[in-house]
Design a protein around this ligand. Structure first.
Ligand code: PGA
Length: 245
């Protein structure tokens, strides 16, 4: 894995956005995999700036999001569809018809997951996948113990993820207990992956992912098996790394 250590979160966001901008300039119809949470917000703001400055064009770009809460409507202010519209899609010239977020209200969630994977396949696969990392080492909602070959499916959230995400809800009780999530196996099929992490609460998970054993106990460590991964960190998230990068 290529590791880039930045001093600040802003620098992390800029570096991550540069990678996306380069790839979109090289391939106008790039298929991007997107993530939600606090981590990518700065990267999305950078992409919007570059789009406004006509540096990059999203008109042919297609996107797939990693996950969505189960039982939450797309227009709910904590849904990941709502987040993506607000933080990125409404601020760039992407065609919303080319943006795909799993439907948290699907009548048949398993069928929705299968359809989502078929759509990725029909698009030619994900060219560039953006990831964050949970404080417990999760990627998307693949909690510790999620199989290496897992596909897009309904998953249960762990107590630690519910606690981490309760900051966005009135209380932990309101955080959905399940989600639809791309599996580790589905994520690892992306041709290239960029994982971002910032903040001291990510330092242990980052160290386990990069320097620990490749293990389902830390889903982010499964990225070690992929041959085109760049990890962009701020200084706090890199604080527990032992090796020199
Ligand atoms: P965060 O979440 O960006 O809100 O810290 C990251 C994740 O859980 O993947």
């Amino acid at each position: 894995m290529k590791v880039i250590i930045c001093e600040t979160r802003d620098e992390m966001s800029r570096k991550g956005a540069e990678i996306f901008a380069e790839r979109i300039k090289a391939k106008a119809d790039l298929v991007i995999g997107l993530a939600t949470g606090s981590t990518p917000e700065g990267l999305y703001a950078e992409l919007a700036k570059k789009n406004a400055a006509s540096e990059i064009d999203f008109s042919k770009v297609r996107s797939f999001n990693l996950d969505e809460y189960l039982g939450i409507a797309p227009d709910h202010d904590q849904s990941y569809r709502f987040f993506m519209n607000q933080k990125l899609f409404d601020n760039i010239n992407i065609d919303k018809a080319n943006t795909r977020v799993l439907d948290g209200l699907a009548a048949d969630p398993a069928a929705e997951c299968a359809k989502f994977e078929d759509e990725i396949k029909a698009a030619g696969g994900v060219d560039l996948q953006l990831l964050g990392i949970g404080s417990n080492g999760h990627i998307a909602f693949n909690e510790p113990g999620s199989p290496k070959d897992s596909r897009t499916r309904v998953v249960d959230l762990t107590e630690s993820t519910i606690k981490d995400n309760s900051r966005f809800f009135a209380s932990a009780d309101e955080v959905p207990k399940q989600a639809l999530s791309m599996g580790n196996g589905a994520i690892l099929e992306a041709k290239e992956i960029v994982m971002l992490a910032n903040g001291a609460n990510k330092a242990k998970a980052v160290a386990a992912a990069l320097e620990g054993p490749e293990s389902e106990d830390c889903p982010a460590s499964l990225l070690q098996a992929h041959d085109n991964v760049t990890v962009v960190l701020d200084a706090e998230a890199a604080a527990e790394l032992q090796k020199e990068y």
